[in-house]
Design a protein. Structure first.
Length: 255
């Protein structure tokens, strides 16, 4: 066991996405995660006004440290990070690429042994307020057409969120964030057994080996993007409150 995760087999051929629902979790529940944070992370967590925001931050950053620690064989609390050229965090001394995302109620961490990875999680509430004309400005014409093809407003909003979710994962994998032209590529959410698809005329994007996946998780939509990553699959692991309780008792989460 290393810092709470016991790795069964060699996962380094896969991209692993770990999620944790934080609704209902309190300070004691999150203790196995909060004790891994460094001083700067603890100080930032303390500045959040609302408990939900503080808990989501602790969960996202603590879970990232625990899983990277298990992955690299280093103590979670000893890990250090730098910022890449566009500000994306990178692990000092390498060993894995990673990305994290969180809402107030769910956190997600993606890790890969090579290449780059991006992850995004969003609440999937069909009747939430979404200004669909945003798509006209930020989405490709093909994506706008996907939304327009839906029959009712709820379906249009759901399609919008699924497209936005995938696009966020892609730009987080590249590390360029919103400095990247969002209309320069098109994503198509999964259908039946077909995986999501990325198409583009941008040569540097086309040259990459892209793999995308998207899941529905407890009222959220979760997307992961792998760029020039390992040859295996994109796998989703759910950590539960019971798993955190086991950590508090000194037992590992088996993955």
């Amino acid at each position: 066991m290393r810092d709470g995760f016991a790795m069964r087999g060699d996962w380094r051929h896969d991209v692993i996405v770990v999620t944790l629902a934080v609704d209902g979790l309190g300070t004691r529940d999150l203790a196995p995660l909060s004790h891994t944070l460094d001083r700067a992370e603890r100080d930032r967590a303390a500045r959040f006004q609302f408990d939900a925001d503080r808990n989501a931050y602790i969960a996202a950053h603590g879970l990232t440290r625990l899983f990277l620690g298990a992955w690299t064989g280093r103590a979670a609390g000893s890990l250090a990070f730098n910022a890449g050229p566009y500000g994306k965090p990178v692990l000092v001394r390498g060993g894995a690429s990673f990305n994290l995302s969180h809402t107030r109620s769910m956190v997600a961490v993606a890790v890969a042994a090579q290449g780059e990875v991006g992850v995004d999680i969003e609440p999937l509430v069909p009747n939430r307020t979404v200004e669909l004309d945003i798509a006209d400005r930020w989405f490709s014409p093909q994506e706008v057409a996907q939304i327009a093809a839906e029959e009712d407003e709820d379906a249009k909003r759901t399609r919008f969120m699924r497209i936005w979710n995938l696009k966020e994962a892609v730009i987080k994998a590249t590390g360029r964030g919103l400095s990247q032209e969002l209309t320069a590529f098109t994503v198509t959410p999964p259908k039946a057994d077909a995986a999501p698809v990325l198409t583009t005329e941008e040569e540097w994007l086309r040259a990459g080996d892209w793999r995308l996946s998207q899941w529905d998780v407890d009222g959220h939509v979760l997307a992961a993007a792998s760029l020039n990553g390992p040859p295996g699959t994109l796998r989703h692991l759910r950590v539960t409150a019971d798993g955190l309780a086991a950590l508090a008792d000194g037992a590992p989460i088996l993955v």
